[in-house]
Ligand binder design. Structure first.
Ligand code: MSP
Length: 494
């Protein structure tokens, strides 16, 4: 079973921030869940290095563009390491393999390409052509400045794909998520698609168009093609199509149009299989304000990880806000989540149950003569992953974490009700049943959090002497399993 998940590739005009970390961690959670669920996964991320914006940033700091790209791309690689990404590929659009792929891709589109003159507005910050009717107070809808452009350009016959795209959205209702965004895309396409300018002639920081007179590709064609480059295009066409068929693109809401309109139209034209789904997430503000360099409120993921811990951040980003909606980042909210959800709820459950087992010999004698209450918790523990599976399928990462935390609460309540510290004096056989159910539950919880908080899950697996490599392990019992010495899950000192 194949599965593919991608992050957007990041512009390297500035340092990585929490928004980049967010998109990457989301895709990582999905990739990790699928691997634990037995899929062969291809998870790609990388940097988008061509275009006006990057070229100007290099110029502004007086650096050669190649040199600037190398330095900046490395910062995104460093972010990938700092947030514990499990990517299979980190792609840079300045790599030779990508040039070959993008040029071959272009050739496949040629029947839909013609040359004309583009004259209109362009926003370098968004790397986007802005139609006259969308200009507000002389700016792009995003607030970015626009500049007038008039040059010879190749165009892609996007208008010819309007009906085909609408048919595709109709036939595959899950192609775009969340639903509200799907509706926005459909009305955008219904309102009429214009042909798209896809080359630049007065500018050269890009991939040259094959056999052409100095034109380079519009950065978005080049960028979108990264997804197939990473899968091995132009070689391995069959594999590329197979993977695309099972591919989820995780993107921010402001770049959904590129992924859900332009990209599928290009793929249709090239005869390459469309991705299974494009999911658009929301934006983080900081203390209720839009993050911006000039305001100086951009959240630095390296700082947060240093001060609060990585798994703490990974947890927070997906528990605090429903994935798909906008959210507000504050250190206060992060501290509360760490204290209440992680230290109090999860930390205490694991600590008190496993410490108790340690104290009484370090292993369980399995007792399957369960009471009703025990049977319910046992069943809920065993079913945790299947409940999460349908949520992850829809990229409901927030819902999946809620599902895990319901089991955490239920297990804490069960511990309080059953009072193992008293059973040890009165009924050792009952005590074994209670602890067995709790251990099954903790193991399931560890699997449930593993995609979100891989290091924390690893610690729990180690205490319990569980491999933690596949959800199949949830089926095994704990007979004669030796538990290992505990250490705090979320040490107070970071
Ligand atoms: N290079 C393009 C993507 C090409 S994909 C073929 C791009 N790069 S970006 O660096 O500007 O943005 C990358 C991602 O980061 C986007 O999905 C964007 O939504 C996300 N974020 C940037 N700032 C963000 C927040 N403040 N909050 C959440 N995510 C945001 O677009």
């Amino acid at each position: 079973m194949n599965f593919c998940v991608t992050t957007p590739i990041y512009y390297i005009n500035g340092d990585p921030h929490i928004g980049h970390a967010y998109a990457s961690i989301a895709a990582d959670i999905i990739a990790r869940f699928k691997r634990l669920d037995g899929y062969t996964v291809h998870f790609s991320t990388g940097t988008d290095e061509h275009g006006v914006k990057v070229a100007r940033s290099a110029e502004n700091v007086g650096m050669d563009t190649h040199h600037f790209s190398n330095i900046m791309s490395q910062k995104f690689r460093d972010l990938s390491r700092a947030i514990n990404l499990s990517e299979d590929d980190f792609i840079r659009t300045t790599e030779e393999r990508h040039k070959k792929s993008a040029q071959t891709f272009w050739k496949l589109l040629e029947k839909d390409i013609y040359k004309s003159i583009y004259s209109g507005w362009y926003s370098a910050r968004d790397e986007e052509y802005v139609p006259e009717n969308e200009i507000v107070d002389g700016k792009a809808p995003s607030g970015a400045p626009v500049e007038w452009m008039e040059e010879e350009s190749y165009f892609f016959k996007l208008s010819a794909y309007q009906d085909k795209l609408l048919e595709h959205y109709e036939k595959y209702p899950d192609f775009i998520g969340p639903n509200a965004r799907r509706n926005e895309v459909i009305s955008f396409v219904k309102s009429g698609l214009k042909d798209l300018s896809i080359s630049r002639s007065k500018f050269n920081w890009g991939i040259p168009i094959p056999d052409s007179d100095g034109h380079v590709m519009y950065v978005w064609i080049d960028a979108l093609a990264n997804y197939i480059t990473s899968l091995g295009f132009p070689e391995n066409k069959e594999y590329v199509s197979q993977m695309m068929e099972n591919c989820v693109h995780v993107v921010g809401k402001e770049i959904l149009r590129f992924h859900a309109v332009y990209w599928p139209a290009f793929l249709m034209s090239a005869g390459i299989t469309l991705p299974k789904r494009v999911f658009a997430h929301g934006w983080w503000t900081c203390d209720k304000e839009k993050m911006s360099k000039s305001v100086g409120n951009v959240v630095d993921p390296f700082y947060i990880i240093q001060n609060y811990g990585l798994d703490q951040l990974r947890y927070f980003l997906f528990r605090e806000v429903r994935f798909g909606e906008d959210g507000d980042f504050s250190e206060e909210a992060l501290k509360n989540r760490i204290l209440y959800d992680l230290a109090n709820d999860l930390g205490n459950l694991v600590q008190r149950v496993l410490a108790f087992i340690q104290k009484f010999g370090g292993h369980l004698t399995v007792n399957y003569d369960f009471s009703d209450q025990e049977r319910i918790l046992f069943a809920n523990a065993k079913n945790l992953v299947s409940r999460m599976r349908s949520q992850i399928e829809k990229q409901d990462l927030h819902g999946a974490l809620n599902t895990v935390w319901n089991l955490v609460s239920e297990s804490n309540k069960f511990t309080n009700d059953m009072r193992p510290w008293e059973l040890v004096k009165t009924d050792v056989s009952r005590l074994n049943a209670v602890l067995t159910v709790l251990c099954e539950s903790i193991r399931s919880i560890a699997f449930g959090i593993a995609p979100f908080m891989p290091d924390t899950a690893r610690k729990i697996f180690n205490f319990m002497n569980v491999e933690g490599k596949s959800f199949d392990e949830i089926e095994n019992n704990f007979i004669d399993q030796k538990f290992v010495e505990l250490s705090p899950l979320f040490p107070k000192e970071k």
